[in-house]
Design a protein around this ligand. Structure first.
Ligand SMILES: [Mg+2]
Length: 314
């Protein structure tokens, strides 16, 4: 049974994307780097663990909030400002920060060179770290159309990820969220979305986004961008509601907070905020290291999402 009804509005779906991503992040956090099935076996939800308080969101949501607030304050994409906020956050010693993201934000290079330089030296930069924080920008740029939202996704991803593979995966997520916010089925939009992926990266995404693909077929750890996105789409495809999709994502094990954050963005946009369980959103909170004692709760995230949806400069 689907939980989507005719009364689900675009604003409900926008809130669903942002709040759903945060809820998935917090739900998955205690199981990060654990084996598959650990979450389901425990049978409890949002009770914290692994250094995380119940309902505490991690770097995925923290960075998404920073992107969203920058977009609203500047009335559009101001890349140096987003990079500066990321740096301020990284200097605030967050509990969790991706290795590559930390290096890029602290290597002393300017915003338009830091990630490219890191990629030139390390060659591998296709982590899921730009995908995980895309819910807010996906909502904001949904009004810009397929090309506009995919382009914005690539540019925000490039702030921390020099590898075009990460840009393209983030662009795909942006586009699927855009389609879902329109009330259409993001899975039906996969072929057209793949056509808009950079030709050199299209085939690899076609593999993980194929209906026949299963997370067990992944050739990398799901901290990489391809299986992370593929797993989120798989979770949406093989379930019939928001909570079921996000639970399936966490139960894959590995980078559970991020796979669930990406799944939550997609499923939240698809099913709307009413589909997110209350016992997930009640304890939900997002500390913002580097920004004083600020902690965002579910209502603040709802307001942020509604503003992103309504103030977007399409
Ligand atoms: Mg995280």
């Amino acid at each position: 049974m689907t939980t989507t009804t005719t009364t689900t509005t675009r604003a409900d779906r926008a809130v669903g994307a942002v709040l759903g991503s945060a809820a998935g992040d917090a739900l998955g956090a205690p199981y990060e780097f654990g084996p598959p099935g650990q979450f389901g076996e425990r049978g409890e939800e949002m009770l914290g663990g692994g250094g995380w308080d119940p309902g505490e969101a991690t770097d995925d949501t923290q960075m998404a909030v920073l992107v969203g607030e920058s977009l609203l304050e500047h009335g559009g994409l101001e890349l140096p400002d987003i990079f500066g906020r990321f740096q301020q956050w990284a200097a605030g010693r967050p509990k969790d920060i991706g290795l590559q993201t930390e290096d890029v934000l602290t290597n002393g290079e300017p915003w338009d060179r830091a990630a490219a330089l890191h990629f030139r030296i390390n060659a591998r930069a296709a982590g899921n770290g730009s995908l995980m924080r895309a819910a807010t920008s996906a909502v904001y740029f949904a009004g810009a159309g397929r090309e506009g939202t995919m382009d914005a996704a690539r540019r925000i991803a490039a702030l921390t990820h020099g590898d075009r593979a990460a840009w393209e995966g983030t662009a795909v997520l942006h586009e699927l969220v855009r389609v879902a916010l329109d009330g259409a089925d993001p899975l039906a939009a996969l072929p057209a979305t793949l056509d808009a992926v950079h030709p050199r990266h299209r085939e690899r995404y076609a593999v993980v986004l194929d209906p026949a693909w299963h997370p067990d077929l992944a050739t990398e750890f799901n901290g990489a961008v391809w299986p992370c996105l593929g797993s989120a789409v798989w979770a949406l495809r093989t379930t019939s509601g928001f909570a079921e999709a996000v639970r399936a994502a966490v139960d894959l094990g590995g980078d559970t907070d991020t796979v669930a954050a990406v799944t939550g963005a997609l499923a939240g946009a698809r099913y709307g905020e009413q589909a997110i369980p209350d016992h997930w959103t009640k304890p939900l909170h997002v500390p913002l290291p580097g920004f004083g004692t600020r902690v965002l709760h579910a209502d603040t995230l709802r307001t942020l999402a509604r503003r992103l949806a309504s103030e977007a400069d399409a």
